[in-house]
Design a protein around this ligand. Structure first.
Ligand SMILES: [Mg+2]
Length: 184
């Protein structure tokens, strides 16, 4: 299974929740698979989905899922201690770890080599960290939503990209409909 397979699997689980999605192909894939006004797509902020998701969770009561990638978390590694030390039980960080920088051509990341992001998250102080195989991601996400505890999920999957169109919606439109969903 690759990232798009995981996104297809989790789409029914995340549909009714606020979602902040990683820049590039993850956002394009989620937009193609199941575009929702509750989805906030990163269009120019590599590494910041997890940080924006945390801020959103801390500032309002609805459950928030940030869908990030291994490459983006490695780009913004300071996000993990920040998350660990600012607990928001309405926040789930899902790291889809395909061991590659998928959006730029599948160059390998260190997460696919010696660096284990689940272990990094635990070392940073994140209390609830689970690493799952790709096929178990939707269940892990559903479980985390049900217990309403801040959780970092690292979903290991294969690299590889599908052909997807770019997101042509205006960023202002994406922002405005997301903010309406946050306030509804
Ligand atoms: Mg990746």
């Amino acid at each position: 299974m690759n990232r798009s397979d995981i996104l297809r699997d989790i789409a029914p689980v995340i549909r009714d929740h606020l979602v902040v999605c990683n820049i590039g192909l993850p956002s394009q894939e989620l937009h193609m698979i199941d575009d929702q006004p509750t989805n906030f797509y990163m269009l120019g902020t590599m590494g910041l989905a997890s940080s924006i998701g945390l801020g959103l969770a801390l500032s309002q009561p609805k459950q928030v899922i940030a869908i990030d990638g291994d490459g983006s978390v490695l780009t913004n590694l300071g996000t993990l201690p920040t998350i660990a030390n600012n607990v928001a039980d309405n926040y789930i960080l899902l790291i889809i770890d395909n061991g590659s920088y998928g959006s730029t051509g599948d160059q390998p990341t260190y997460a696919g080599k010696k660096t284990a992001l689940a272990a990094v998250a635990r070392a940073c102080g994140c209390d609830t960290v689970v690493e799952v195989a790709a096929k178990d991601t939707a269940q892990a996400l559903a479980d985390a939503l049900a217990v309403r505890r801040m959780t970092v999920i690292v979903a290991k999957c294969d690299s590889g990209n599908i052909k997807v169109p770019v997101i042509t919606k205006d960023p202002v439109v994406i922002r405005d409909r997301f903010m309406t969903a946050v306030r509804s």
